[in-house]
Design a protein around this ligand. Structure first.
Ligand code: SF4
Length: 433
């Protein structure tokens, strides 16, 4: 066993899981390779949230069949949300796959590799120990208890399980020692963090504890739920100096009947109220959201409520999806996917156009401004990083400044990113953006 290749699709949780697995394989002496055909171990980390993601995984599995049958000594593993509590059907369909692993369950592969390589893998799976990036993720809570009717996550990732504050602080300290400056605390619903722990600490308490870790510069969190985003969490964003002014608060649909059908647990008015509460306490906050169009029986009028909400709130970013039924969800059993595909696409296009206009206008206001950007890496000869508001900034002359917070004068904007050069005059404290 010498090399591994990990292919990942889907959410940031999947990316964080892959990073952890890669770190463990690195500790066992395997090296990463960029081509699956060259690897001794191939891992596909799957996602089933959307049909097209699942189709891509199936395509990869099928294309890797010859790889495995021609090289039976190599190891092929399927990981992530496609692997449910029972693997019988998958084992039948893909008999050439050696290992099936649910999200965060690395042991079956790690133990198999340990056996084949004649080493004890004990202690290999844990925080990232290889060379992590300047900005990385820390999963703080696994699973979700919400059971929104369209969502498969609670069935695949299980019920909420939080990691302790002590463990997360230790992990942050270790990451700082390895050069990490920016951490995103990750969960399907980070705002419900801690309710299952002794003393029931919440995300605000965790943010305060991580904020005290010396050497960490920026702290972000993802993803929130409107019902669990408490005043204590909002106050933590407002008052802790390293916690960045960015909130991703999915609303999914603007109409109350649709929201009820989705089992989201709030109304349009309550969502607007939550945004007002956040903006009042954190005036320079940037906002992102997740939206589904064309959910079961959604009428034109109901869609209009979604459109109006986006127009009124003016998010910095909208993650948009046209609804498709996921087998195993409550919606797949109780509701009908009645909205025709072309109507879903037209609604999606209307929101894409609206959001492009809004994001263009928001980002244009940053033209000629100087922003504090943490330089994360260099890609195609150009440095890039993010400011505290999670704006992606490409920097002309920042290649040698990876890992530093630099001042960047913005000279070009688009709806999706900013561009600039290192500024002569740094941003003054109090002018952070
Ligand atoms: S909150 Fe709803 S949409 Fe988000 S992971 Fe949980 S069940 Fe899925």
């Amino acid at each position: 066993m010498k090399s591994y290749y990990v292919w990942t699709i889907g959410c940031q949780m999947n990316k964080a899981d892959s990073e952890r697995l890669e770190s463990a394989m690195g500790q066992m002496g395997l090296a990463a390779t960029h081509a699956p055909q060259d690897a001794d171990v191939v891992v596909l980390n799957s996602c089933v949230v959307r049909q097209n993601a699942e189709d891509k995984v199936v395509g990869m599995m099928t294309s890797l069949k010859p790889f495995k049958t021609e090289n039976p000594h190599k190891v092929l593993a399927l990981m992530g949300c496609m692997v449910g509590p029972k693997t019988d059907a998958l084992e039948k369909k893909y008999p050439y796959v050696d290992v099936f692993m649910r999200p965060q369950q690395y042991d079956p592969l790690i133990n198999l590799l340990g056996e084949r390589m004649g080493i004890d893998p004990e202690g290999c799976v844990g925080p990232l120990v290889a060379k992590p990036a300047v900005a990385t993720y820390i999963p703080i809570i696994h699973g979700c208890d919400k059971f929104c009717t369209f969502c498969i996550i609670p069935y695949r990732r299980g019920r909420e399980v939080s990691r302790s504050i002590d463990e997360l602080v230790r992990e942050t300290v270790m990451l700082v020692d390895r050069g990490v400056k920016d951490v995103t605390l990750l969960g399907q619903n980070v705002d419900s963090y801690g309710h299952d722990l002794p003393g029931a600490p919440d995300l605000g308490d965790l943010l305060a504890a991580v904020n005290d870790v010396s050497g960490i510069e920026r702290i972000r969190f993802l993803t929130s739920h409107p019902n669990d985003m408490s005043q204590h969490i909002i106050d933590a964003v407002a008052s802790l100096d390293k916690v960045c002014e960015h909130v991703n608060l999915p609303f999914q649909a603007g109409d109350d009947v649709v929201l009820e059908r989705m089992r989201r647990g709030y109304t349009n008015a309550q969502y607007r109220e939550k945004i007002a509460q956040i903006r009042e306490r954190v005036p320079n906050v940037s906002l992102a959201t997740d939206v589904i169009v064309g959910f079961c029986d959604e009428t034109d009028e109901q869609f209009q409520q979604t459109y109006d909400l986006i127009r009124d709130i003016r998010f910095d970013k909208v993650h948009l999806a046209a609804y498709s039924t996921r087998e195993g969800t409550i919606a797949s059993r109780q509701l009908e996917d009645t909205v025709p595909a072309e109507v879903k696409q037209a609604r999606k296009k209307a929101i894409e156009d609206l959001q492009e206009t809004i994001a263009t206008e928001i980002n244009e206001q940053l033209l000629d401004q100087t922003l504090e950007v943490l330089v994360e890496d260099v890609r195609r000869d150009k440095a890039f990083g993010r400011n505290r508001n999670d704006k992606l900034v490409h920097i002309d002359n920042g290649q040698s400044r990876v890992g530093e917070v630099v001042s960047v004068k913005i000279d070009k904007t688009s709806p999706w990113a900013l561009h600039g050069k290192l500024a002569e005059t740094p941003v003054l404290v109090g002018e952070r953006s």
